[in-house]
Design a protein around this ligand. Structure first.
Ligand SMILES: N[C@@H](CCC(=O)N[C@@H](CS)C(=O)NCC(=O)O)C(=O)O
Length: 214
């Protein structure tokens, strides 16, 4: 398989985590978002929406990370990333959506570029925007995790699920935008635990081939 993505893209990061947890091999193909390669013809022919990730599996081009994760789960059921019972699956998908639908999209590069270049918002205000929406989203997730009986070492139980694939990249992004995480101890604990696993460590942006050398 080939993963078209970018080291710092959190949707690419969540897909890398899922692939690693499933024990699947893939080659990274860099689409350099900092140089707007996602908008070039070559990539638009792969994904007309101009967004990473895209996963190529033989002649299939899979797009939209939530759909890619679902596809991986269906086609590679070993090392399951969803619980067995419908209520558990609903819960994991809902926590994933809290991040994937309600936090990530409003802090995405194209939104921030619009703020910067079309609304002339300065960098301090861009940081304030990201802080506002990440903090609000994390506060809601933290409340769930703090009271949730199904919470274990991970967002759900004691093995990783989709929700952890979403959480860890969002926490990385929060660090990048200097969000104060001290009010979210459950999120911090789960993130810290996830990062001890090789599947998560190997997906980290800093160790990707397209990451700038330190
Ligand atoms: N809902 C999509 C969102 C994909 C997405 O937003 N990707 C970002 C990187 S994390 C991207 O390609 N951004 C390009 C841009 O903002 O121009 C998914 O989950 O795959």
């Amino acid at each position: 398989m080939k993963l078209y993505g970018y080291f710092r893209s959190s949707t690419s990061y969540r897909t890398r985590i899922a692939l690693n947890l499933k024990g699947l091999d893939y080659d990274n193909i860099t689409v350099n978002l900092a140089q707007d390669e996602q908008l070039e013809k070559a990539f638009q022919s792969i994904n007309p929406q101009g967004l990473v990730p895209v996963l190529q599996a033989d002649d299939l081009l899979l797009y939209q990370s939530p759909a890619i994760l679902e596809w991986l789960e269906e086609v590679y059921p070993e090392n399951p990333l969803l619980p067995k019972d419908p209520a558990g699956r609903m819960h994991v998908r809902a926590m994933s959506a809290m991040i994937g639908c309600d936090i990530h999209p409003i802090n995405n590069r194209r939104i921030l570029q619009y703020l910067r270049h079309e609304l002339s918002v300065d960098e301090k205000e861009v940081m304030a925007w990201c802080n506002r929406w990440m903090s609000e989203g994390f506060a809601a997730l933290e409340k769930r995790l703090a009271t949730d009986k199904t919470r274990g070492k991970f967002c759900y139980g004691d093995s990783p699920t989709f929700a952890d694939c979403y959480l860890v990249p969002q926490v990385s992004s929060a660090h990048r935008f200097k969000v104060d995480l001290s009010a979210y101890p459950n999120i911090v604990d789960i993130d810290t635990h996830c990062r001890t696993l090789k599947a998560f460590a190997d997906a980290d942006p800093t160790v990707q081939p397209d990451a700038p050398k330190a």
